[in-house]
Write a protein that binds this ligand. Structure first.
Ligand SMILES: *[C@@H]1O[C@H](CO)[C@@H](O)[C@H](O)[C@H]1NC(C)=O
Ligand SMILES: *[C@@H]1O[C@H](CO)[C@@H](O)[C@H](O)[C@H]1NC(C)=O
Ligand SMILES: *[C@@H]1O[C@H](CO)[C@@H](O)[C@H](O)[C@H]1NC(C)=O
Ligand SMILES: *[C@@H]1O[C@H](CO)[C@@H](O)[C@H](O)[C@H]1NC(C)=O
Ligand SMILES: *[C@@H]1O[C@H](CO)[C@@H](O)[C@H](O)[C@H]1NC(C)=O
Ligand SMILES: *[C@@H]1O[C@H](CO)[C@@H](O)[C@H](O)[C@H]1NC(C)=O
Length: 608
């Protein structure tokens, strides 16, 4: 009995010894005793190891603390004790009442630092040049003062987020460097002065607001004609003059409304007659070869006049042409696309015959086409649920219905199957040529259907930046029409997958393309926050999201030959969906079967 007690004592003692030898253990306990006056960290007990998993907010790797997330815990005082955690990758102390920061050079491996909504004051934390791997640096809503070390910050190659809003920083934003990797920038609500440098002008007004002496393009006034002058002039304006201005504004407003109304009326009536004239030749032009060509399954109309008589509603304007919803007299509904550029009769008949012959449940069927000298009308099935683009990006903000993970995966899979069918369906190597999230349309059962196949032939020579964001590197340098291949579609599909995963538009603020944004993070550790925040509540599906991201990265391989075929992509996505039910921790990496050459471009995840 006594023997047994002795053994237990020795065991406990040696466990304590083990823990006490660990410097992270003593650092954390020191922080707890200096800063946790509300005992929020009661789980940090000196009888368990910090890496045992039972310590609130502590994550370890190889027995060392790497992540510390202690938001909203009423912590006060200094962070000094935490400086003894050299392996820290992520430190998040948002929404506490901490007041003193240590020299950042204590954390050479730090990638994410979140210190917002505390009571930190004094100069910008020292040692910022030492955190060379930093990605996200958030000091907002504190009382920091002094200058922002822009020269040092612009030299941090990996910095993506710099948020310093609502502090008391002074000085200017100028720096020796004229660019940086920063993607998310906010200095609003400080006391900054001077001109906003050109490289920061890509950020919106709200990134700079409430800095009385700041001037430059985003704020809408130039520095030569600064804000102080304007406000002085305003103050001199008399009440009578203001009244006159109000009356004038009201009159002008009514005038504008009337003018706009009249223009709309005019353009509507012109559109109906205009469409009629161009489509039907009612102006007496000879109707040479103006027959409508119909494909299988074409119902509800038999000649172009049936379309002309029907009522049309503009659905959208794309880079190739405008699309109308046309409701015919018999009640049938079709989508009509009107193309007016780059038309050559010879090409059209051959191309249309191929596209019109495609029938698949993940492809929007082309039912007919009509060609006159200067325009092409394409008649498709009308699908009422809009595009993937509108589901992902439409109505962001209050009142939006989030797009859940299962639906996203289903849409990704459907689009992959449609493309795989297109690529495999005959020997002529059909390509889509212009895949974007806007031409993946959702049918009544929630299936993704590929639209606008082959219409890249009619793209204007000057394409928009959002179109370019889907263009693979091998085509970006050459002319848009050069060397189109199925592998180019695979690349565009990869960009669509990134959109599905991140919820970001393909061209962000400052014209950084989504693929570029991801490329910038290739060699880095990935965290949960790359995914769309609407997905954050499906944390248990994280493995599936990572697997889909890996698939996207395969599609985005810089060399076309490294990108797998669409049929393979579809199989991989289906694989994720099949295994979706399993919750036994299986990591289903699509890389495990013969794609080892890609492994260097595979992100390394850290969960946070
Ligand atoms: C462990 O913590 C308790 C109070 O929480 C304290 O009384 C005790 O001395 C500590 N033991 C060690 C070994 O630090
Ligand atoms: C923080 O302190 C407030 C009162 O000052 C208390 O109501 C709240 O529960 C505390 N929160 C935590 C996490 O301890
Ligand atoms: C921060 O730490 C580095 C390295 O230890 C040191 O060189 C630097 O002087 C420190 N800065 C301040 C303000 O203490
Ligand atoms: C912020 O810091 C300044 C000095 O830099 C001080 O005068 C001011 O009172 C502080 N504000 C708050 C809210 O602590
Ligand atoms: C920035 O430029 C100034 C003068 O142009 C120079 O004195 C300073 O050392 C430079 N700073 C850095 C970090 O290069
Ligand atoms: C910048 O911060 C302010 C204050 O928190 C916020 O209102 C604004 O939306 C932010 N702007 C950007 C671009 O993050």
């Amino acid at each position: 009995m006594a023997m047994r007690r002795l053994c237990v004592t020795i065991l406990i003692f040696s466990l304590l010894q083990l823990s006490l030898c660990n410097p992270d253990f003593t650092a954390l306990l020191a922080f707890k005793s200096s800063s946790d006056h509300f005992n929020s960290l009661s789980s940090w007990s000196n009888s368990t190891h910090p890496c045992s998993g039972s310590w609130l907010g502590v994550t370890c790797n190889n027995g060392q603390v790497t992540h510390l997330v202690l938001d909203r815990l009423n912590l006060t005082g200094s962070t000094r004790a935490l400086s003894r955690l050299p392996q820290l990758r992520l430190l998040s102390l948002n929404h506490n009442r901490l007041s003193s920061v240590v020299n950042l050079s204590s954390w050479p491996n730090l990638k994410h630092l979140y210190l917002s909504d505390n009571r930190f004051s004094g100069e910008f934390p020292a040692g910022v040049s030492s955190i060379r791997r930093i990605r996200r640096l958030v000091l907002s809503h504190n009382n920091f003062s002094g200058e922002i070390p822009m020269n040092k910050l612009t030299q941090l190659r990996h910095l993506l987020t710099l948020r310093l809003e609502e502090n008391s920083f002074t000085g200017t934003l100028s720096s020796n460097s004229s660019s940086s990797s920063i993607y998310d920038f906010n200095v609003s609500g400080n006391n900054l002065a001077g001109e906003i440098p050109a490289w920061l002008s890509q950020f919106p007004l709200s990134s700079f607001a409430r800095n009385a002496k700041l001037c430059g393009k985003p704020l809408g006034y130039s520095c030569s004609n600064g804000p102080t002058k304007t406000s002085k002039r305003k103050r001199r304006v008399s009440d009578a003059l203001i009244l006159v201005i109000i009356i004038f504004d009201a009159v002008a407003g009514v005038g504008i409304i009337m003018t706009v109304g009249w223009c709309c009326y005019r353009s509507m009536s012109r559109r109906r007659t205009g469409v009629h004239r161009e489509m039907g030749g009612s102006d007496g032009a000879p109707r040479e070869r103006n027959e409508m060509v119909m494909f299988e399954g074409c119902k509800g109309f038999s000649k172009v006049d049936d379309l002309l008589k029907a009522s049309a509603e503009l659905l959208g304007k794309g880079s190739v042409g405008s699309t109308y919803k046309v409701v015919m007299e018999g009640g049938g509904v079709v989508a009509v696309k009107r193309v007016r550029e780059g038309l050559k009769r010879r090409e059209i008949d051959g191309l249309m015959k191929e596209i019109g012959g495609l029938r698949h449940r993940n492809i929007v069927s082309l039912r007919a086409y009509y060609f006159s000298r200067d325009e092409l009308l394409l008649v498709y099935d009308f699908l009422p649920n809009g595009s993937l683009h509108s589901l992902l990006h439409g109505n962001r903000g209050p009142g939006r219905t989030p797009l859940d993970w299962t639906t996203r995966l289903k849409l990704a899979s459907g689009a992959a199957r449609g493309l795989a069918f297109l690529h495999g369906c005959n020997k002529s190597k059909l390509t889509h040529g212009h895949l974007t999230s806007s031409n993946i349309i959702v049918d009544t059962s929630g299936n993704a259907c590929i639209a606008d196949i082959g219409l890249h032939h009619f793209l204007p020579a000057q394409s928009s930046s959002s179109d370019n964001a889907y263009t693979p590197p091998e085509l970006a340098v050459n002319h848009h029409h050069a060397k189109l291949s199925q592998k180019a579609d695979v690349y565009s599909f990869g960009v669509v997958l990134l959109e599905i995963l991140t919820g970001k538009m393909v061209v962000g603020e400052g014209e950084t393309s989504l693929a570029k944004w991801v490329e910038m993070r290739q060699e880095e550790e990935w965290t949960w926050e790359v995914f769309d925040f609407e997905l954050w509540r499906y944390k248990e599906m994280e493995q599936e999201m990572k697997a889909l991201l890996q698939i996207a990265l395969l599609c985005l391989a810089p060399l076309p030959r490294d990108r797998p075929k669409m049929s393979m992509m579809h199989k991989m996505i289906e694989d994720i969906r099949m295994k979706g039910g399993q919750k036994d921790g299986v990591v289903h990496s699509p890389l495990s079967s013969g794609y080892s050459s890609q492994s260097e471009s595979t992100p390394n995840f850290t969960s946070s």
